[in-house]
Design a protein. Structure first.
Lengths: 288, 152
């Protein structure tokens, strides 16, 4: 008989994690974990810590700097949230292309991040918006830029006894524009071949003040594009050499060949999407 | 510790392991075979049921989270309904494997949008695969059940 604990309050959950860190598997929506358990029953965990009943991990709150999203908030609640739709439309869009409605009704934003798939649907947008993670432990908490969370293939910065409690996303800069696109075999349910989010800020003269990218399915982890961002900084759109951008995309990503796509396809599509994100002047609904 | 829930309006207690799939509890313990297993990975929607009114894939739901939950399977839907008649009239069923999941997805959709647009119908059913009908007749059935045109 497996051990299943469903605490009502966060401190209780953290104490369980602190005293018995190893064997407890944390579960919330279960949309990835239940598949894993079914496909590999021999590796099915015996002890489960079910965090779906923790109120502290639920819901969205607007703050002065941005929005706080409880880690166990469902993607359905996120994609419908009026403030998310108004200020972080790329997040509403990525939540809406994660699986399909029955998945979004259960899957959580924190789960999508902690499952740490290189193809995680919401990762690019969180990277582009510069999200921060609130990580808690039974004797305290810490902040981590989301960009520092993925350490390697399915390896995260979460340590034994720690739990992701919330994601904080700042308001995008005033004169910024977003671009989000997921490339898959069909609109619903598909795992991304490549996906990208970009947030580009220009001044009045069209000089790029900041450019942040997030991509998935192009490396062992969801990743940013540091050399592309650096190249764009301080340049006007007309001064951007597409060949330079392509070369930097190649430096920043390391796509693999798998059942969904080839390395060459991913590299080409990644470059085209980055260029489209840069040159597209106005945000439109179509990209969502 | 057994898990107590309501399935199609009736109290039910399961002693299966908490990490059991709701799908297996429904089919094997409750003998509710209308809930089908297609992919077992949350891709196809054949195992879709409503939990507290929300559409979910029962292959991905652990029993341990179902304490006090209200579960509706296809057996819990009325035998004769506008929706059921529309499925028959529009030829929305062929082999039948996807039909229970489609009916539940449609029920969840119509509860939220009494008069859904074609786009809303497509979205509401986007987690359910059908390999026979090509979807057009299913969309038509739902539009008809909602009192709209079957001409989609």
């Amino acid at each position: 008989m497996s051990d299943w604990i469903r605490p009502r309050h966060l401190p209780e959950a953290l104490e369980i994690l602190a005293t018995a860190p190893g064997p407890y598997r944390v579960i919330s929506g279960g949309t990835d974990l239940m598949v894993e358990c079914h496909l590999a029953p021999e590796r099915r965990p015996e002890s489960w810590l079910d965090i779906s009943g923790l109120r502290e991990l639920q819901g969205l709150q607007i703050t002065e700097e941005g929005i706080r999203i409880g880690a166990a908030t469902s993607l359905e609640a996120i994609r419908r949230h009026a403030e998310v739709l108004a200020h972080w439309p790329m997040l509403a869009a990525s939540a809406a292309v994660t699986g399909a409605p029955p998945i979004q009704n259960r899957a959580t934003l924190g789960g999508n991040v902690c499952n740490a798939s290189p193809a995680a649907d919401n990762a690019p947008v969180l990277l582009a918006y510069g999200a921060r993670l609130e990580i808690v432990h039974h004797h305290g908490s810490r902040w981590l830029p989301y960009g520092d969370f993925h350490l390697g293939y399915r390896k995260t910065a979460l340590q034994a006894g720690e739990l992701l409690s919330a994601l904080w996303i700042p308001y995008p800069p005033k004169h910024s524009r977003g671009y989000f696109r997921k490339v898959g075999t069909r609109a619903a349910q598909a795992i991304a071949k490549v996906s990208i989010a970009a947030l580009i800020e220009e001044d009045r003269d069209g000089i790029i003040q900041s450019a942040r990218f997030g991509m998935a399915s192009v490396a062992a982890t969801p990743c940013t594009l540091p050399s592309v961002s650096q190249y764009l900084l301080g340049r006007a759109l007309r001064d951007i050499a597409d060949a330079q951008v392509r070369q930097r995309v190649k430096q920043d990503i390391a796509p693999i060949q798998d059942i969904r796509s080839t390395t060459a396809y991913r590299l080409e599509i990644a470059s085209r999407l980055v260029l489209e994100a840069i040159h597209r002047r106005s945000e439109s609904k179509k990209e969502n | 510790m057994p898990t107590t829930m309501r399935i199609n309006g009736e109290a039910f207690q399961s002693s299966s392991a908490p990490n059991s799939r709701l799908l297996d509890v429904l089919r094997n313990e409750c003998d509710l075979k209308g809930t089908k297993e297609g992919c077992g990975e949350g891709e196809c929607g054949a195992c879709a049921v409503l939990v507290n009114g929300k559409l979910v894939n029962s292959c991905l739901v652990p029993l341990g989270q179902m304490e006090q939950a209200e579960i509706t399977t296809v057996e819990g839907l009325p035998e004769d309904s506008t929706l059921a008649r529309a499925f028959v009239q529009c030829g929305a069923t062929q082999c039948g494997i996807c039909t229970p999941g489609m009916m539940l997805a449609a029920t969840a959709l119509l509860a939220e949008h009494a008069n859904p647009t074609l786009e809303e119908i497509r979205w509401g059913l986007s987690g359910n695969l059908c390999r026979c009908t090509g979807y057009g007749r299913i969309y038509a059935a739902i539009a008809q059940a909602a009192g709209g045109s079957a001409d989609v």
